[in-house]
Design a protein around this ligand. Sequence first.
Ligand code: KIV
Ligand code: NA
Length: 264
Amino acid sequence: MAKVTVSTLAKMKREHNKITALTAYDASFAKLFDDNGVDVVLVGDSLGMVLQGADDTLAVTNADIAYHTRCVRAGSKELFVVADMPFMTYANPTQACENAAELMRAGANMVKLEGGEWLLDSIRALTQQGIPVCGHLGLTPQSVHVFGGFKIQGRGDNQAERMIADAKALENAGAQLLVVECIPASLAKRISQALTIPVIGIGAGKDTDGQILVMHDLVGISAGYIPKFSKNFLAETGNMPDAVKKYCQDVKSGAFPTSEHEFN
Ligand code: KIV
Ligand code: NA
């Protein structure tokens, strides 16, 4: 596939061409996703749960993400690779720059940080140093203990208005992409319309500029339970390449997600 850059992603939003994204943690899946139409791959700290078997993402280290970013990059030179910054690796701008540099050197094209307004100085510092930033709002799993569980965020007018303000602040500070996770579909739509940068949703309804799933959910092998917002594309296609193609087709056409995958 043609090389995807931040400019490609911005253009896709302008042209209402939905962005398809999946998590990947190794070379084989990175190549499979590249070959079958995925625009963006995230080396997510979800690897703490789906690869390491933990109950949350907190124990993942920067070295873990760097290792899996090298694996993913080895599978494809062309993929646009976003690498997650783990819990407590970006507590201040200096620490954020040092840790993000390791991920960029491992082959990432962009790093992703969870949080709102408190991150603005770090986002400015990272972009000034040449490191593109993806924001992440809503159910940010690194804050699971503050939320008291994996719960839908952004319900109610106050929370919604605060999230829209946070999203605009991240964009103004230099973020070039935003993930919104497990928020009401109506709020995700408002955030996508309010921003110039592309917004990629997971459990956020159909009106974002793109979709992302954890790859294990796409093929129905997640440990524990299958989240309401995900769909097993392997069940209806019978093989991995077609499952990935079908996911991309359905995101592009608007056939996925449907109202049964969203929160209100
Ligand atoms: O770690 C991850 O897989 C993520 C996605 C769910 C957005 O952050
Ligand atoms: Na993550």
